[in-house]
Design a binder for this molecule. Structure first.
Ligand SMILES: [Zn+2]
Ligand SMILES: [Zn+2]
Length: 137
C-alpha cells in the first residue's frame, strides 16, 4: 500500500514537471499570450487585384503569424497572412503615416521600419528624438 502512494506521488511530480516544461516552452514573455488587446495594426493586401487595407488587433495579427509560421515556416522576412477580402495569403503589416497619411508596408531593411517613402517621416525615429530631448542631450 505504501509503495502505491510513493508511485502516485512520483507520477504527480513528473506530471507537474512536464506541465511546467511545456508551459515555459510554448509561452514565455515573448509568447502571443503576453500581448495585450487594444492596439490596432494596419494591414495592406499585396494582391494587385485586391489591395484591401484594414485594421486588426495586434494580438490577432501575432496569432495569425504564429499559425502561418506553423503551416509553412519562413526563414526570412515577415510571413503573409490570409486577407479577409480576397482570401489569399497576401496581406502584410502596414503603416499609415501619421504625418501625411500615406500607407506603405511595414519593414525597411536599410532604415527605420516605419519610414514613410513619401514624406520621410518615421514615428520610431521621432519617438527616439523626443526621448533624447527629454533626457536633455
Ligand atoms: Zn486581399
Ligand atoms: Zn508620410
Amino acid at each position: 500500500m505504501k509503495n502505491t502512494i510513493y508511485v502516485v506521488v512520483i507520477v504527480l511530480c513528473l506530471l507537474i514537471a512536464i506541465g511546467i516544461f511545456i508551459k515555459t516552452q510554448s509561452g514565455g514573455p515573448t509568447g502571443v499570450d503576453s500581448i495585450k488587446r487594444g492596439e490596432m495594426l494596419w494591414m495592406m493586401c499585396n494582391n494587385p487585384a485586391c489591395k484591401a487595407n484594414y485594421q486588426i488587433d495586434k494580438k490577432d495579427y501575432y496569432t495569425e503569424i504564429q499559425e502561418s509560421m506553423k503551416a509553412s515556416p519562413v526563414l526570412a522576412g515577415t510571413p503573409a497572412i490570409v486577407c479577409q477580402t480576397c482570401n489569399e495569403e497576401s496581406i502584410f503589416r502596414a503603416v499609415k503615416c501619421p504625418n501625411c497619411e500615406h500607407m506603405f508596408f511595414y519593414g525597411n531593411p536599410a532604415d527605420f521600419d516605419d519610414r514613410c517613402p513619401e514624406c520621410k517621416f518615421s514615428k520610431i525615429e521621432d519617438d527616439r528624438k523626443k526621448r533624447r530631448e527629454a533626457r536633455g542631450g
